[in-house]
Design a binder for this molecule. Structure first.
Ligand code: HEC
Length: 171
């Protein structure tokens, strides 16, 4: 059992290492340093798989997740303005491994989507995707394609799963 875990950990790190990433196009981490003052999209930390599209990513269905949007994208997320999101929007997801980590506010993984200027990365809907280790994915990079291929299920809401429309449809 231990050996199996070790092998899958190695496999995962190999897969992660092989996935090509891209040079940053959007802002650096100072742009989301105060994300906890942003509009919190998830009224309560969400767990399980509310959309049905998670399939084990984002720390899996046991994780507790909170999503935030900066002021640039807030009106669209709250349904006060239509999609797509304006340039400069940042969607950020905090994932805690389990409830104990959530309660202790311990080591959340941060994944982000940053809306770039129109035409900067058509292959990803002009979103730059950022993994918890800081690696970025746009254009035809492996990481950009990995994130996009699943977020594509939310294409009608500009690749964004959780927003006021999601809550209206799932009341
Ligand atoms: C297999 C599907 C899948 C993949 C791959 C995936 N995501 Fe997600 N992502 C989701 C789902 C489903 C949600 C909705 C929230 C939840 O259930 O936690 C989500 C939510 C998000 C959010 C919050 C905004 C929103 O759409 O609700 C961000 C930011 C995000 N993902 C970033 C990323 C990044 C960066 C990558 C690539 C490293 C990635 N995602 C890869 C399924 C995926």
């Amino acid at each position: 059992m231990k050996r199996k875990l070790f092998v899958s950990a190695v496999l995962l790190s190999v897969l992660t290492a092989c996935m090509s990433t891209s040079a940053p196009l959007g802002p650096d981490a100072s742009a989301w340093a105060d994300y906890r003052s942003w509009y919190k999209v998830t009224p309560e930390p969400e767990t399980g798989d509310p959309t049905g599209f998670l399939s084990g990513v984002h720390d899996g269905s046991n994780a507790y997740r909170m999503i935030y949007v900066n002021s640039v994208g807030e009106a669209v997320n709250r349904g006060q303005q239509g999609f797509p999101y304006p340039e400069g929007t940042i969607l950020l997801k905090e994932s805690f491994n389990n409830e104990a980590a959530l309660n202790a506010d311990r080591n959340p993984d941060l994944t982000l989507m940053i809306k770039l200027a129109q035409g900067m990365s058509p292959a990803t809907g002009d979103w730059e995707y950022i993994r918890p280790d800081g690696a970025r994915g746009t254009g035809d990079s492996g990481l950009g394609a990995f994130c996009r291929d699943c977020h594509l299920f939310a294409a009608a809401t500009d690749y964004n799963f959780i927003n006021s429309r999601f809550y209206e449809n799932n009341r």
